[in-house]
Design a protein. Structure first.
Length: 193
């Protein structure tokens, strides 16, 4: 509530989450409170305010308009080794929930349960894909030190039903598609960044 008092009265959902977590609110609890609290109101998709706050006309449209100018990054394809991959930009909500909405082309091929591996081939539990969502990568994101704005990639081995998770910077997707980049090389490059 104090975050909306300080930075509001109207905020973009991601900014509201980031400021609340920085103020000490547990990330999982934040999303539960935001969805169910009678103290907050959704004024538009991903735009929130305190109930009863005076909102200047055009504020919601301005927030949504700024968000549309910076779309989330998402790519997919096949690696030189024949593995399907899906890459995207991490948000705080994705990291907290551990679930990711994937494009239908990838989702159609990866339905069901998958064993998760980190870049150093450490097993990290399992995930489930149903329809267009795959979850929960929360532990993997935490172990890899992921932060909002980082890029993440899932590399699916369709024969062994394993998925390798990577987190990195702007060059991550190119590393996955380079024929000369082995898994160990990508691990050391990701660890160095």
């Amino acid at each position: 509530m104090s975050v909306l008092d300080q930075y509001g009265p109207v905020m973009d959902g991601e900014s509201f989450a980031r400021q609340s977590v920085d103020a000490g609110v547990n990330p999982v609890s934040f999303y539960i409170y935001r969805a169910n609290s009678p103290l907050f109101s959704a004024l538009g998709k991903g735009v929130y305010a305190k109930v009863g706050a005076e909102v200047v006309p055009g504020t919601v449209e301005d927030i949504v308009g700024r968000r549309n100018k910076a779309p989330r990054i998402s790519e997919h394809g096949w690696t030189p080794a024949g593995r399907l991959w899906f890459g995207f930009e991490l948000s705080l909500q994705t990291m907290t929930a551990g679930g990711v909405r994937i494009v239908s082309f990838v989702a159609d091929l990866v339905q069901g349960e998958w064993n998760v591996y980190l870049p150093d081939d450490t097993r990290c539990g399992s995930v489930t894909c149903k329809d267009s969502f795959i979850w929960s990568f929360r532990k993997a994101f935490a172990l890899l030190g992921a932060e909002p704005g980082d890029l993440s990639a899932f590399e699916f081995d369709l024969q062994t039903r394993t998925v390798h998770v990577r987190v990195g910077g702007p060059g991550l997707f190119e590393q996955i598609e380079e024929p000369s980049t082995s898994s160990k090389m990508a691990f050391f490059q990701a660890a160095a960044s």
